[in-house]
Design a protein around this ligand. Sequence first.
Ligand SMILES: *Cc1c(COP(=O)(O)O)cnc(C)c1O
Length: 248
Amino acid sequence: MAAHRYMHNLAHNLAHITQQIQTAAAQYQKQHNLGKHTIKLIAVSKYQNLDSMRALYLAGQYAFGENRVQDLRDKQRGFCSALSDLAPTAPASAPIEWHFIGTLQRNKINSLLALSPTLIHSIHSLELALSLDEKCRAKDRIQPILLQVNAANEPSKHGFSLESTCDAFAHIRAHCPHLRLQGLMCIGAHTHDTQAIEESFARTKALYDTLQAHFAGVETLSMGMSGDFAYAIKQGANMVRIGSALFV
Ligand SMILES: *Cc1c(COP(=O)(O)O)cnc(C)c1O
């Protein structure tokens, strides 16, 4: 009974968040005189069990984000077997996406690649990119990635500094043929000062625009979490990563 109500709430939360995303996107679209501006939602399932993920999946959410390789593996395995039970009701053509959003250690690269993540959001150093490229070459694979930017310059956070990102981007594009570098990810400033949060997103968007002017295939700006996604969308995010607000 309680479990059933929780499942129902998840579908409701998803609808509610989707609505908020669409409203913010419509405002952005209007303000910048754009054509259709779509925003992709990644459901961050790092603290969730398979039942909750399954409920979201049935409600139409097909992209999930995890921040630990081990968790991604467990969720993926569990989900695949759960999906065979769901087959009669699941939309047959809905491909599930697994996004990796956590800090990646070099000794976990092979384990992560074995899981074929849809997108790795969190490439935070040149060394990591070079190692990943090498492993992808050995496996004859092309891996989509984003560079993580430390837009608020917080020592507690991983990521490229705003100043170093352009050069790193160019270097990876030139030297890592097995990485498809398609944009940037950032975590908003860790503060209650909404202006500082918005500024961290705005700086990342400015950098994204610069990259877009210089390189082809720059198309993903992943920023915004439960507490700040409206600000991120206002500043131009086209991918948001939401956990706690979905799974309440
Ligand atoms: C946990 C996490 C999120 C989601 O955070 P919520 O506040 O629960 O929405 C998004 N991005 C990253 C990198 C995370 O680690």
